[in-house]
Design a protein. Structure first.
Length: 336
């Protein structure tokens, strides 16, 4: 039996390793060429102390209090030289990927589908044999190299990998380098290079109700998260509010409806900011957050949208006088 361990480095790089039953995370990492911080291997120095964000594991009994205190262990800190996984895990490593002698992985793929969902949004799917080895946490992003240039653009995965294929929701930026390629030149079979995965915005273990807030193509990481939740289930209620500027910016509502049918505790709403909208719900996302969604602060909030939206939501939460259990967010700005 093996388990997947996602190692999240402080520079945003994520690498996945496999650990065998009974093998320590440190031994598994070194066996696969990733030199995470390590010194004594005996649970005595604390050099390999990391933070386990998700998963089940055995801390071991061969370490001393000076290396890992009881309070630290209760918070989720681990010594990777002693930690043995009992499920897939996510481990935050307090060092850069370069220091640990690893780097972002690169994958070659080909366009399998490219469609303009609306005036403002492009759907892109890519497929390739190398993508069968691609692993990422739902919510993370990858850098796509723009064909014919030496530049990259960052996009969140909008789906989990399936049969070597992944998808993205991309904002159509008039005159933008990637947008111009996708709307004017791209065709099925064209090659694309993906570098990553990256990012600290990803779905954690669900331990309480979730409030998901998406702005425009910031919906992408949430459809990937919902795919994962649909597979594993959740006993906690989940509500997503999807806000856009204009009517034509609303996309993938059929996909959200399908998730609502598949996930018993999931509900969603959408709103359009433009006062000229014909959509039933108007205004900004903050105008559609109800007290029940905040659950008196016992809620994990995930937010992905442009900087003004992140600032508006942060201000709204402060005005409610509530402190959510966790508030994870990712700001994005369109690149030309």
């Amino acid at each position: 039996m093996t388990y997947q361990i996602a190692l999240n480095f402080e520079d945003g790089v994520t690498r996945f390793i496999e650990t065998n039953l009974g093998e320590t995370v440190a031994d598994a990492a070194y066996r696969q060429g990733i030199n995470i911080p390590l010194d004594c291997r005996d649970g005595a120095c604390g050099a390999c102390k990391c933070f386990a964000e998700a998963g089940r594991y055995d801390l071991g009994e061969e370490y001393i209090e000076d290396a890992l205190s009881e309070d630290e262990a209760e918070q989720g800190y681990v010594l990777t030289c002693q930690m043995r996984a009992e499920s897939d895990c996510v481990v935050r490593v307090p060092a850069s990927s370069q220091v640990c002698k690893t780097e972002q992985a690169s994958y070659e793929a080909a366009i399998s589908d490219v469609r303009q969902l609306s005036e403002s949004t492009i759907s892109l799917s890519v497929k390739g044999d190398s993508l069968t080895q691609l692993a990422f946490l739902p919510g993370q992003y990858v850098n796509l190299k723009v064909p014919g240039s030496d530049q990259t653009r960052a996009y969140s995965f909008s789906s989990m990998p399936r049969d070597g294929e992944v998808s993205f929701l991309i904002r159509n930026v008039p005159g933008g380098l990637m947008s111009s390629f996708l709307t004017g030149l791209a065709k099925s079979g064209d090659s694309l290079t993906l570098v990553g995965p990256l990012g600290s915005f990803y779905l954690r273990d669900i331990r309480r109700p979730l409030l998901l807030l998406a702005g425009g193509t910031g919906l992408a990481p949430f459809t990937a998260m919902l795919e994962k939740i649909a597979e594993q289930g959740s006993e906690h209620p989940l509500h997503l509010i999807y806000g856009v500027t204009l009517d034509h910016d609303l996309v993938e509502l059929d996909k959200l409806e399908a998730f609502a049918a598949r996930i018993p505790n999931f509900s969603y709403s959408a709103c359009v900011a433009s006062p000229d909208s014909s959509y039933p719900q108007k205004g900004y996302v903050t105008q559609h957050i109800e007290p029940k969604h905040l659950n008196d602060g016992e809620v994990d909030i995930y937010l992905c949208g442009p900087p003004p939206m992140v600032e508006a939501v942060s201000q709204f939460i402060r005005e409610q006088g509530l402190q959510p259990a966790n508030f994870y967010y990712e700001k994005f700005a369109a690149s030309a």
